[in-house]
Design a protein around this ligand. Structure first.
Ligand code: MN
Ligand code: MN
Length: 335
């Protein structure tokens, strides 16, 4: 079973200039062959199907925990795509400033990026690749043979990092850059983890045999905060009590930096997600979101819940706006 936290793995920049074409490219990291849905489902199926797991416990724990981390990566890619799509359509439905926006609120996004983002979805991420083709279970390799599966996983992380670097180089949007910077570092850890597992199992050193892809993450600005934090060395244990045998297989020096690998004995802290604004032109969550909010408010009161929503969201911009408004009204009052 999986325990869920209403947090995302890292802080992404807030919505800025919308970038539907960039969002379509980032979909490769979601539903492409080497995307996060693939890493997530590969390791998830391998862990579900793992036979003789007591005998092979450290390897089972490794695959199961990386699977759990990948769920959070899928979530993070979705968050980046949603951030990039925010504001691509007029946000004040029916009350838009321009006539065109009133009459044809989706006209401006015709021919930009993936039409499904607007037509099939509510300006949200889709389980598709950058060409709009659906993710498929054909991308899952779970042979049941541990050496084969681990070798495949090493290759999968290699391809994933290759794609991340290409997306980084194609898309300039700050959310895409922050996303790929983080995923490059974490993918590097997974690559090392599978290589080390194989080394322990067979003696073959994949990092030496196949030094690929050559990505100097320390030179990428968006990778640096994660490297400084030590996230390029850490494997997280995603459970309060289970999966205790990670250190048996994830240990020793990092093959490139020679720093000591670390098993971090809990899940990453993460950050509260940002509450992205409604996009009424695509009915997300409705053409008149305030009506839903009113109903929710009544239901909340009837259930004896606090008046304010209890969930924690990072709405830093709003907070900043409010406090600058307060500051300016204080300044006016003084004047
Ligand atoms: Mn990942
Ligand atoms: Mn990975």
């Amino acid at each position: 079973m999986i325990l869920r936290f209403d947090r995302i793995a890292m802080e992404l920049p807030p919505p800025s200039d919308p970038d539907p074409a960039g969002a379509a490219a980032v979909q490769e990291l979601m539903g492409g062959r080497f995307g996060e849905m693939s890493t997530f489902m590969n390791y998830t199926f391998q862990s579900w199907n793992f036979r003789g797991r007591q005998g092979a416990r450290p390897f089972y724990d490794l695959v199961a925990n990386i699977a759990a981390e990948e769920f959070g990566h899928v979530e993070l890619v979705a968050t980046a795509i949603n951030t990039m799509l925010t504001g691509a359509t007029p946000e004040s439905n029916g009350r838009a400033r321009t006539e065109l926006a009133t009459k044809r609120p989706l006209a401006d996004v015709k021919g930009l990026g993936n039409p499904h983002h607007f037509l099939a979805g509510g300006q949200g991420a889709l389980p598709q690749n950058s060409q709009g083709r659906p993710w498929t279970g054909d991308y899952v390799f779970a042979s049941g043979d541990l050496v084969e599966d681990l070798t495949h996983n090493f290759f999968l992380e290699t391809g994933a990092r290759n794609n991340k670097l290409k997306v980084y180089e194609m898309v300039e949007h700050p959310a895409a850059r922050a996303l790929t910077g983080y995923l490059l570092v974490r993918g590097g850890v997974h690559q090392v983890a599978y290589a080390r597992a194989l080394e322990n199992l067979t003696g073959a050193n994949l990092m030496k045999m196949f030094p690929t892809p050559r990505i100097a993450t320390e030179k990428i600005p968006e990778c640096q905060p994660h490297i400084e934090r030590g996230d390029h060395l850490r494997l997280y244990r995603f459970s309060p009590d289970d999966y205790q045998e990670l250190p048996a297989v994830f240990n020793g020096p990092h093959p490139e930096t020679k720093e000591e690998l670390v098993v971090f004995d809990e899940a990453p802290e993460g950050v509260p997600p940002r509450d992205l604004p409604p996009q009424p032109a695509v009915f997300a969550p409705d053409y008149a979101p305030e009506e839903i909010a009113e109903i929710a408010q009544k239901l909340r009161e009837r259930a004896g819940l606090p008046k304010e929503p209890t969930g924690l969201v990072a709405d830093l911009e709003e907070q900043a706006k409010r406090s600058s408004k307060k500051a300016s009204s204080r300044a006016k009052a003084r004047a």
